[in-house]
Design a protein around this ligand. Structure first.
Ligand code: GRG
Length: 309
């Protein structure tokens, strides 16, 4: 297994801690201008879903890609929190009985178990909406054009042609008469998982006013990392260490999920995952920013493949 550097670990921890603190502040009881009140139980559920868990890989991607262009602090962290809110909403909704029907997430009861189904749905709805509030707020960036670009890119990643659409394809595949083809699985995974991860680095490019070539290179990196992430996720599910995962394993085969493992087997899936990590690392060269600057993102691509949860 490739060793990850202390610098990478420290940067991931730092982004996770900053995200946790910012999310907690954003989810405080006091209403914002234009809000009427923040219902206590709903707020509690939104905090439950977002705080105290998760690798925070998506926020890390925002923070580190923005850092490439010298952008640090509030702007990157707010975009990072918006992305994590959407990710956390998707997990809470994915766990619902109508979708994957899970009892355990991040080592704790899922939101509908800890609260109730209606509250878990509303907590997700609240987080989805709040994510766009956060990026549209002038506190995220003084330039309205930058904020609008973030809103647009986030909407495209999270919605019909991105994560939500991918989830619909994923659910449909469970009951499809014939197994999905390789191309269909790749599209589904690029939408369900890849789109949000890619937004992480697209956000950094937007905040950092990257050149079109740099933005393309980062998008390529994000797409390859996203594809590797999903295959790694499928491998972890198949290998099934529930204690490390903090959620139930072995579910993909049980539910007839469309995965590359189902199509080609574990060894081929591992080889493809590793090839995608190499592709992601190579794409970073095309930013022209140099290996010293992009090294942490290169390690993030390797982390995706070696992670245990
Ligand atoms: C309900 C609209 C809607 C979408 C759901 C997130 C998702 C789409 C489904 C979850 C099922 C799943 C296992 C997807 C694979 C990739 C994924 C998102 C894994 C969880 O992400 P991690 O590992 O989680 O980054 P943490 O807890 O570390 O944040």
């Amino acid at each position: 297994m490739t060793e990850l550097s202390a610098i990478f670990r420290a940067r991931l921890d730092e982004a996770a801690q900053a995200t946790e603190n910012h999310l907690s502040a954003l989810l405080a009881p006091a209403p914002l201008v234009g809000e009427i009140a923040r219902p206590a139980r709903l707020l509690e559920a939104m905090r439950y879903v977002t705080l105290g868990g998760g690798k925070r890989l998506r926020p890390f991607l925002v923070v580190e890609s923005a850092r490439l262009f010298g952008v640090t602090g509030e702007s990157a962290l707010r975009a990072a929190c918006a992305l994590e809110m959407i990710h956390c909403y998707s997990l809470a909704h994915d766990d619902l009985p109508a979708m994957d029907d899970d009892d355990l997430r991040r080592g704790r009861p899922t939101a509908h178990k800890a609260f109730d189904e209606a509250t878990a749905i509303l907590a997700g709805d609240g987080l989805l909406t709040y994510a766009f509030d956060v990026v549209a707020d002038p506190a995220t960036h003084p330039d309205a054009g930058v904020r609008a670009a973030l809103v647009l890119a986030l909407a495209r990643a999270a919605g019909l042609g991105g994560m939500v659409g991918g989830q619909a394809l994923d659910l449909a595949a469970e009951t499809a008469a014939t197994p999905l083809t390789q191309d269909e699985i790749l599209t589904l995974q690029a939408m369900k998982t890849g789109a949000l991860l890619r937004f992480g680095v697209d956000a950094g490019a937007i905040l950092g006013a990257a050149t079109p070539a740099q933005a393309r290179a980062l998008s390529h990196y994000g797409a390859a990392l996203g594809a590797a992430f999903q295959i790694a996720d499928d491998i972890l599910d198949a290998e099934g260490d529930e204690a490390a995962l903090g959620k139930r394993a072995g579910k993909d085969a049980e539910r007839g999920k469309a995965t590359l493992i189902g199509l080609f087997g574990l060894p081929a899936a591992r080889a493809r995952r590793d090839g995608l990590v190499d592709e992601a690392v190579a794409a970073l060269n095309d930013t022209g920013l140099g290996a010293e600057k992009t090294g942490v993102l290169a390690e993030a691509a390797r982390f995706v493949a070696v992670r245990q949860n």
